[in-house]
Write a protein that binds this ligand. Structure first.
Ligand SMILES: CC(C)(COP(=O)(O)OP(=O)(O)OC[C@H]1O[C@@H](n2cnc3c(N)ncnc32)[C@H](O)[C@@H]1OP(=O)(O)O)[C@@H](O)C(=O)NCCC(=O)NCCS
Length: 475
């Protein structure tokens, strides 16, 4: 390809298109300004469970914010946390009170370790953090379908959106249950906040256990995910309470470190990464403005460039079966050793996370002539709602998950994975620039997204980890 465009970071490797980063935790921003509106059934799509969040509870919440917190909230509203330079100057009213490294701090290898030491149970705060009047803690039981559905709807209406608010992540019930119930999961780590009177879910945060190796130190951590505050309750300092409460609960179970990802630049950065997008359905990606035509590009030409073979090309490439799992686990375990931020999976964890699950995970292997499994690759299914499009309602996206190639060139393995995703009607496959992904992304026509995504470590300081040394994939 010789065509070039000059769209800076938004251009693809071959200068063909630019893609919007609607993917998880790429450039999203808080969408609602502080407001004291009531919630009503017309504003949220929560159907029968949607009930009124009264003016009174909102007024109470505002009253309970201290002046300092309100100032911090308004500072936050004005500063761009998606820009590292602005983040350097930010006040961090909450995060400065937490054991996280400051933005821009240079940490050398001799100085790696916890920021605060572990506490015994009786040194910990015994009671849950106090919520503003009118709100109560309530763990979500994701094994009760109604509660899982309620959580799904809540995230559906309020979770991460892209920068232009055109796409919002849409977690399915099986996906959420899978992500929240990894081996060792605890119900008390699925923390909900409800309006006491109506029972309406207005806040959520979760933790799941994961063993993580940071450089040469292996640690029991929790992966913090699904932090979400109802749109009408934004910028009212509920997130710090949710974060402190999940931290407190983690401490009680012996977890003093956490890993998480977020689009904004916050204190505690361990690595800075970026999403790339491989468009599979060119027509739809253009129609919904997920992608744009680059200069000198036509729809037909873009379709031609993105065309994939109808069938997979690598001999022995097929869906992973249960019997392949021990060999695939060994391959992945070996592959992960070369990274500086990587999970350490037991066989049970690997099986749970990486086996084929309809609408959740697709996993493939390459089997050689001797019946050995030589390569493994997987992606997870996470569509986005397309807001405000007359024809298309869902962007059918999947995300590169764990892989390990021992014999097949990685580019060929990923190409077959793209063929599978395309044949399964996915519109786009997203991947971070972590692991060895940079090896294949440009060549396989991935385009760079328009926002960064950071990996964070709570209560652990270490030198910044280059993206290509990261091998933790969070959902
Ligand atoms: C992220 C979200 C919960 C933040 O809520 P908010 O109402 O904007 O912020 P609050 O007033 O509750 O809290 C503000 C504090 O939370 C911090 N914060 C904001 N977004 C954060 C994030 N994604 N992770 C951790 N902390 C965050 C702010 O920096 C601020 O702390 P500071 O005083 O140290 O600067 C909310 O915007 C939301 O639900 N967004 C959609 C879902 C989402 O993006 N979730 C995050 C996934 S990583």
């Amino acid at each position: 390809m010789t065509d070039q465009n000059d769209e800076g970071d938004s251009s693809t490797a071959d200068g063909l298109t630019a893609s919007k980063s609607s993917s998880k935790k790429t450039k999203s921003k808080p969408t609602a300004a502080a407001t004291t509106d009531t919630l009503d059934g017309n504003n949220t799509n929560s159907g029968a469970i949607n009930q009124k969040l009264t003016d009174k509870s909102m007024r109470n919440l505002m009253k309970q914010m201290t002046v300092a917190e309100q100032t911090a909230a308004s500072n936050n509203a004005n500063a761009s946390k998606y820009d590292e330079k602005s983040a350097l100057k930010q006040e961090w009213k909450f995060w400065q009170t937490q054991p996280v490294s400051t933005i821009g701090a240079k940490i050398d290898t001799d100085n790696v370790g916890p920021i605060e030491s572990n506490k015994s149970k009786d040194e910990l705060q015994q009671e849950s953090y106090k919520l503003p009047d009118g709100f109560s803690w309530d763990d979500v039981d994701v094994h009760v379908d109604e509660q899982l559905e309620e959580l799904c709807t809540f995230l559906d209406d309020n979770y991460i959106e892209d920068d232009g608010n055109d796409f919002r992540l849409k977690y399915s019930m099986p996906f959420l249950r899978w992500a929240l119930c990894v081996p060792g999961w605890l119900k008390k780590f699925h923390v909900g906040v409800r309006v006491t009177k109506s029972g309406k879910l207005v806040g959520f945060i979760s933790a799941v256990p994961v063993r993580i190796r940071v450089y040469d130190k292996e640690l029991p951590m929790v992966d913090i995910n699904f932090l979400c505050v109802h749109k009408k309750l934004r910028l009212k300092r509920l997130s710090p309470v949710l974060i402190k409460e999940i931290t407190r609960r983690g401490h009680f179970e012996g977890y003093f470190q956490a890993v998480y990802t977020a689009a904004p630049f916050l204190p505690g950065i361990a690595s800075k990464c970026r999403y790339w997008h491989r468009v599979l359905n060119v027509k739809k990606a253009l129609a919904v403005e997920f992608s744009y035509l680059g200069r000198n590009m036509t729809v037909q030409r873009m379709q031609k460039v993105h065309r994939l073979p109808e069938t997979t090309q690598v001999a022995g490439f097929r869906e992973m079966r249960d019997a392949d799992i021990p060999q695939a686990w060994k391959l992945l375990t070996q592959y992960l050793t070369k990274f500086d931020l990587a999970p350490v999976f037991s066989l049970e964890e690997f099986e749970y996370l990486c086996k084929n699950r309809p609408t959740v995970v697709s996993a493939f292997v390459v089997e050689n002539d001797q019946g050995e499994i030589t390569d493994f690759i997987s992606y997870y299914h996470l569509p986005s709602t397309i807001m405000n499009h007359p024809q298309y309602k869902i962007l059918n996206s999947c995300y590169m998950y764990y892989y390990a190639a021992s014999r097949t060139p990685l580019i060929d393995l990923v190409n077959d994975c793209l063929v599978q995703a395309h044949n399964s009607d996915f519109d786009v496959l997203n991947a971070l620039d972590i692991m060895d992904n940079k090896e294949f992304m440009e060549k396989l026509k991935f385009g760079s997204g328009d926002g960064n995504i950071q990996y964070y470590l709570y209560n652990w300081k270490c030198p910044l980890i280059p993206a290509e040394k990261v091998a933790v994939v969070l959902q």
